[in-house]
Design a protein around this ligand. Structure first.
Ligand code: SAH
Ligand code: SF4
Length: 326
């Protein structure tokens, strides 16, 4: 989308105003736990794809997940996001039992982000206490989608998103910016699909080429484009939770701050145990420099205050939920 610098600045300022009006200056902070890097899928862009033989695979067990959840809870996190590949060992019923154990011990909201399941599976997850589910549609273009996701179709992804909504969980989706083959029309289509799905949460980030994948030699998405898209999303879905994502921070040192200044209101620092964190390589450069188990929350709060914001550790439900049920 061609825009002058001045037009972009106006768009970003408007989005920032809407974010402030709806959500205030607090930034919800969630703990991201990457519990498995095994995956039966073969998405062209992703380092966890099943054909990548260059990564060391791991899958945390229930005990390790509970311990990490406890550490996160004690540090003050009130939302835990469990993300992983489509790992056949992590069936829906195993996930449900694990979430039940977490929720019986700790007063937290749980978000899952682990790909496509059946409608019945999503209903079981909701009954087990899963509050939210994140699954990006990645690109709204049917042909590009099938190519990028090695044959899995966009209608299948959208069916799963609609099953998640019907199961009663908060619905999160989104897309990558700058996938090889993306056009301006496709970018518009990505925004329109977020709107049509009426998302409660929208996660976007730049595509980052991973040398261990077939797209390793392609160019990355542009941070300017990510910022513009963030602003347009805030204006399109004023009540949605919008994270400033890790990919933005990996591509560009102030990427997350730029997203926070353009309408984003959520951060998801990594709470994956250090022994596994290095191996969850969706894309390169993801490794955080600090290898402590937990992120330094005081430091996060300080850097947020530098940009006129502050850390908020509450559960942070999407406002769109309250709006839908009123
Ligand atoms: N398996 C689940 C969740 C883990 S992948 C799923 O696919 O939904 C989480 C997200 O990482 C994906 O939705 C994708 O948008 C992002 N991702 C994967 N590879 C990437 C890359 N090379 N650059 C940027 N983002 C990437
Ligand atoms: Fe697996 Fe998700 Fe990566 Fe696709 S994006 S290969 S489903 S982890």
């Amino acid at each position: 989308m061609q825009m002058t610098d001045r037009e972009t600045a106006i768009l970003v300022a408007q989005a920032d105003r809407v974010r402030k009006e709806k959500y205030g200056d607090g930034v919800w902070v969630r703990g991201l736990l990457e519990y498995t890097n095994r995956c039966s899928q073969n998405c062209l862009y992703c380092g966890l794809r099943r054909d990548n033989r260059e990564i060391r695979r791991y899958s945390m067990d229930e005990d390790e997940i509970l311990k990490a959840a406890e550490k996160g809870y004690r540090a003050g996190f009130r939302t835990l996001v469990l993300q992983g590949g489509e790992d056949p060992d992590w069936t829906a019923s195993r996930l449900c039992r694990t979430v039940e154990s977490i929720k019986s011990r700790f007063d937290v909201a749980v978000t899952l982000s682990c790909g496509i399941f059946s409608g019945q599976d999503y209903r079981s997850m909701a009954s087990a206490g899963v509050n939210r589910f994140l699954m990006r549609f990645e690109t709204s273009d049917q042909e590009l989608h099938r190519k990028m996701r090695d044959g899995v179709t966009l209608p299948r992804r959208i069916q799963a998103l609609s099953d998640i909504r019907e199961a009663g969980m908060e619905l999160g989706s989104g897309f990558m910016v700058g996938l090889p083959g993306e056009t301006e029309d496709i970018q518009q289509g990505n925004l329109a699909l977020c709107r049509d799905l009426g998302l409660d949460m929208v996660g976007i980030g730049p595509f980052i080429p991973n040398p261990q994948t077939p797209l390793g030699q392609c160019s990355p998405g542009s941070m300017e484009q990510v910022v513009k898209m963030t602003a347009l999303l805030r204006l399109t879905l004023p009540y949605a939770n919008i994270p400033a994502t890790t990919a933005a921070g990996s591509l560009c040192s102030n990427g997350r701050e730029a997203m926070l200044g353009a309408g984003a209101n959520v951060l998801m620092p990594n709470i994956t145990p250090p022994c596994y964190r290095d191996h969850y390589q969706l894309y390169p450069g993801k490794t955080s420099l600090k290898m402590d188990h937990l992120p330094d929350l005081a430091e996060i709060d300080r850097s947020l205050r530098d940009i006129g914001r502050y850390m908020d550790m509450a559960r942070g439900n999407s406002l769109s939920i309250a709006l839908r049920s009123s």
